[in-house]
Design a protein around this ligand. Structure first.
Ligand SMILES: [Zn+2]
Length: 109
């Protein structure tokens, strides 16, 4: 599984709350960062890894990225259905706000 992280949005050194083994996370992040292109390789058409000099994304980076993806992934999927009902909440509260706005108008008139 790919992680949600990219070169522009690298994984944080401190593990997100859903990570089960924080010490493992820090190791994975260290290696993830090692197997990224060096700064002068960023933005070139075919960057190479700054650590192993393979064409990037190199095999090692893909492995570490997959582990980070697993560390954050399953929990993120579990959170998604929980977020869905919350997304429906604004509708009734908007209706309430509209209702009280109408009441305010009515009171003025
Ligand atoms: Zn590499």
């Amino acid at each position: 599984m790919r992680s949600p992280y990219t070169l522009d949005n690298p994984p944080p050194n401190e593990p997100p709350s859903e990570v089960l083994v924080p010490s493992l996370w820090r190791v994975q992040v260290r290696w993830w960062n090692r197997h990224t292109p060096s700064l002068d390789q960023r933005g070139v058409k075919h960057p190479v890894c700054g650590h192993c000099a393979q064409t990037w994304p190199c095999h090692s980076w893909a492995c570490w990225d997959g582990q980070l993806g697993q560390a954050v992934g399953p929990r993120a999927e579990q959170a998604a259905p929980k977020a869905a009902p919350a997304a429906n909440l604004p509708a009734p509260s908007r209706a309430l706000a509209l209702g009280s706005a109408l009441a305010a108008h009515a009171a003025k008139a």
